[in-house]
Ligand binder design. Structure first.
Ligand code: C2E
Ligand code: CA
Ligand code: CA
Ligand code: CA
Length: 279
């Protein structure tokens, strides 16, 4: 398919992201998708290992294009970041997720936390703080229910205004989570320099826990270190009972992964959460 009708986007293929003309076309398609409502959110439950209860959900953006089919977020998020779309897209995700949480917990009759993925560019300037405050009020939820997931790369940038933003979010009660921890640029020093409440261990380490001693050792170390720093630890990409048992024995606080549920639509989540909490 490569080379065939580059200006016409059909079923999504990776060259669209890898090559310049593809990215431009994808960016235009994404802009339109945002306007006409082709985006939706999936919610993946997070389970407290000590109680077995669902305590939170992570919002994951979905794009079902009528022309391209489903486009994976790790393909279109970078395009949105480069094409100046991440701020409007991120705002839509935030508002929609807060509304989704409100509906889900009303149905469940029990409050949950909501984790939202945030790209570095969204945290520049002060607009994000206002968006968070407005979205929370509009949905009738508390800021303390909100978790903002940032990647380690952001910490590397080490910009004063990012620290100010994280501090401001925290001061209204928002939890700051470092996503994909251990994958990228990890420097332990960053953890103490930034206002961080929670660490999410990257799923690549979880997947190898029972096969590679080194990955198991890294997971152990992350949990010990995070707890010593007063942070909560969540493991993502938990797929097997063996992985769960390992994480529980090591004192990991929360888990998330296909073992429990993939991301599901808001109207399905309460049913999934009830079934999980009963187990
Ligand atoms: P992430 O934040 O690390 O999200 C976790 C990804 O792992 C999700 O893929 C999820 O569906 C997948 N996953 C969950 N459990 C398992 C498991 O047990 N095994 C495996 N192999 N995978 C699992 P998804 O939804 O395709 O999202 C990919 C990435 O796209 C996310 O990684 C995040 O970086 C980005 N993303 C998604 N939604 C948003 C958003 O609203 N804003 C921003 N800025 N980025 C987003
Ligand atoms: Ca995440
Ligand atoms: Ca992650
Ligand atoms: Ca990721």
């Amino acid at each position: 398919a490569k080379g065939a009708g580059r200006n016409v986007l059909r079923w999504f293929e990776p060259w669209m992201v890898e090559e310049n003309d593809g990215r431009l076309a994808l960016s235009a398609a994404l802009r339109q998708a945002l306007e006409v409502g082709e985006l939706s959110l999936a919610y993946q439950p997070q389970i407290d290992l000590a109680t077995g209860e669902v305590v939170g959900i992570e919002a994951l953006v979905r794009w079902m294009s009528p022309v391209l089919g489903p486009v994976p977020p790790d393909q279109f998020i970078p395009v949105a970041e480069d094409g100046g779309l991440i701020v409007p897209l991120g705002g839509w995700v935030l508002r929609t997720a807060c509304q989704g949480l409100a509906r889900i917990q009303e149905e469940l009759g029990q409050p949950l936390r909501l984790a939202v993925n945030v790209s570095p560019r969204q945290l520049r300037g002060s607009a994000w703080l206002e968006e968070v405050a407005a979205a929370v009020v509009a949905a009738g939820i508390e800021p303390s229910q909100l978790e903002v997931e940032i990647t380690e790369g952001l910490l590397l940038e080490d910009r004063g205004d990012v620290v100010d933003m994280l501090d401001a979010l925290r001061s209204i009660g928002v939890t700051i989570v470092v996503d994909d921890f251990g994958r990228g640029y990890s420097s332990l020093a960053y953890l103490t320099r930034f206002p961080i409440d929670k660490i999410k261990i990257d799923r690549s380490f979880i997947q190898e826990i029972t096969r590679a001693d080194t990955d198991a050792a890294i997971v152990d170390a992350i949990i010990v270190m995070a707890h010593a720093l007063g942070m909560t630890v969540v493991a993502e990409g938990v797929e097997t009972e063996v992985q769960e048992r390992y994480l529980r024995e090591r004192g990991c606080d929360e888990v998330q992964g296909y073992r429990y549920s993939p991301g599901v639509p808001a109207d399905t989540l309460p049913m999934v959460a009830r079934a999980l909490s009963r187990q």
